[in-house]
Design a binder for this molecule. Structure first.
Ligand SMILES: CC(=O)N[C@@H](CCC[C@H](N)C(=O)O)C(=O)O
Length: 397
């Protein structure tokens, strides 16, 4: 039997307040665990939105001082529902030409966390005006791009007692989906990742006398080339995997052979088994390069908290059903993606669902310095989420 869901009184154009919030946040991108200005800005908005409520508690964890938790006590609570947004940005020089471009040189919201925060604030504003039935916890999380903010929060005991949600939801924006479209799937939504750091130590020398040096640019280049055969030769093509080195640092000047090189990369796989398999092959290639080039190669693999994002079967079936049946929502089933998310760690501890929100910029990928999200995504995102959360609060289980 198909159910029709009630239209909420929040299907309106993006209002000027939220547009300003989005543009303000876009201008102040900050890196993982340094989101101080963002934190203060969010806090100001949250306090303003909740000023007239008598059911709000706000907590800033001592151990994770840029995080914010906002708890709305429900009118007749059966459970606590969590909603998470990440708040950090990337070390990228913005090239969008927007009038409200980043004011922090070398930093940009190139992953759209400014959209995530605006949607979270819009949702929070709605529930500040319409007290939720269940308890509702908003988690403004630092350090998604690196440093495993979700895991840090969990391990620091941020989600204890009344601050622990029974179920957890969070979104990621997606430029390849039309603005406002909700995307999701049962099972694995995102890959797990391992962060990789490799340090090569050889012998520095004069460009004219390679026989007295041990060139680490050559060793590191060979390493990259060999590593790039792991996925094509050691991974089941049906399963797939990704290895990307996004950072290669070596050398100081054209006529000095570099005695050191440093690489930073990331491994992706849709299962933990695949990630561990690629990790092992990387260690073997590392050992081989160290032997054949007679150098020291220090490989650090950090699994951190970027576990595959596994959507909970029951909650996700309910989420998808709500989105499919709601005439106000454009819903699309999506394929698993090789993007990572430390929400995967939180979902390994607390059941829930991660989903996409389309931001309609198909010419640019996430992390592009030219990414321009379509702000038409924001209001449908807020409407879909407030509608779904309200629906969850009406469910007995
Ligand atoms: C959605 C997205 O782009 N997430 C990031 C998450 C970072 C994962 C981790 N720091 C790593 O680099 O492995 C991504 O790069 O997918």
């Amino acid at each position: 039997m198909r159910r029709r869901f009630k239209r909420l009184d929040n299907m309106v154009e993006l209002d000027q307040d939220l547009r300003k919030i989005y543009q303000d946040l876009h201008q102040i991108p900050e890196l993982a665990l340094h989101e101080f200005e963002t934190h203060d800005y969010l806090m100001k908005q949250i306090k303003q939105f909740t000023a007239d409520t008598d059911f709000t508690e706000i907590k800033v964890p001592e151990e994770l001082s840029t995080a914010i938790l906002v708890l709305f006590h429900g009118s007749s609570p059966k459970r606590t529902i969590g909603y998470r947004t990440d708040i950090d940005a990337l070390p990228t020089n913005e090239e969008t030409g927007l009038s409200f471009a980043s004011q922090h040189p070398g930093k940009m919201h190139a992953c759209g966390h400014d959209i995530h925060m605006t949607v979270a604030l819009g949702t929070l504003r709605y529930f500040a005006k319409h007290q939720p039935q269940d308890n509702l916890l908003f988690f403004f999380q630092p350090a998604e791009e690196s440093e495993n903010g979700g895991k840090l929060a969990y391990e620091d005991g941020v989600f204890t007692d009344q601050w622990r949600p029974d179920e957890f939801y969070g979104l990621h924006d997606n430029p390849q989906l039309d603005a406002g479209t909700i995307g999701c799937r049962m099972g694995t939504l995102f890959a797990g990742t391992t962060e990789v750091d490799v340090d090569f130590t050889g012998v520095q020398g004069h460009a004219a006398y390679p026989q007295f040096a041990n060139d680490m640019i050559v060793a590191a280049s060979q390493f990259i080339n060999q590593v790039q055969t792991i996925v094509s030769r050691s991974v089941d093509p049906i399963e797939g995997g990704v290895i990307t080195f996004g950072q290669f640092e070596a050398g100081t000047i054209r006529n000095v052979i570099s005695g050191s090189a440093h690489l930073k990369g990331t491994i992706r796989g849709l299962t933990q088994t695949m990630i561990e398999h690629i990790d092992e092959r990387l260690q073997e290639v590392t050992n081989g390069i160290a032997t054949s080039y007679g150098c020291k190669v220090d490989l650090k693999l950090n699994q951190g908290g970027y576990l595959p994002v596994e959507n909970n079967p029951k909650l996700t079936a309910d989420f998808i059903n709500y989105m499919e049946e709601n005439p106000e929502v454009t819903y699309q089933e999506t394929e698993p993606a090789m993007t990572g998310e430390d929400f995967g760690y939180l979902l390994s501890k607390i059941p829930g669902t991660m989903f996409w929100l389309g931001i309609g910029d198909p010419d640019h990928q996430l992390h592009s310095s030219q990414l321009v999200p379509d702000t038409k995504a924001i209001q449908p995102g807020i409407s879909a989420i407030t509608g779904f959360l309200t629906h969850r609060m009406n469910e007995k289980e």
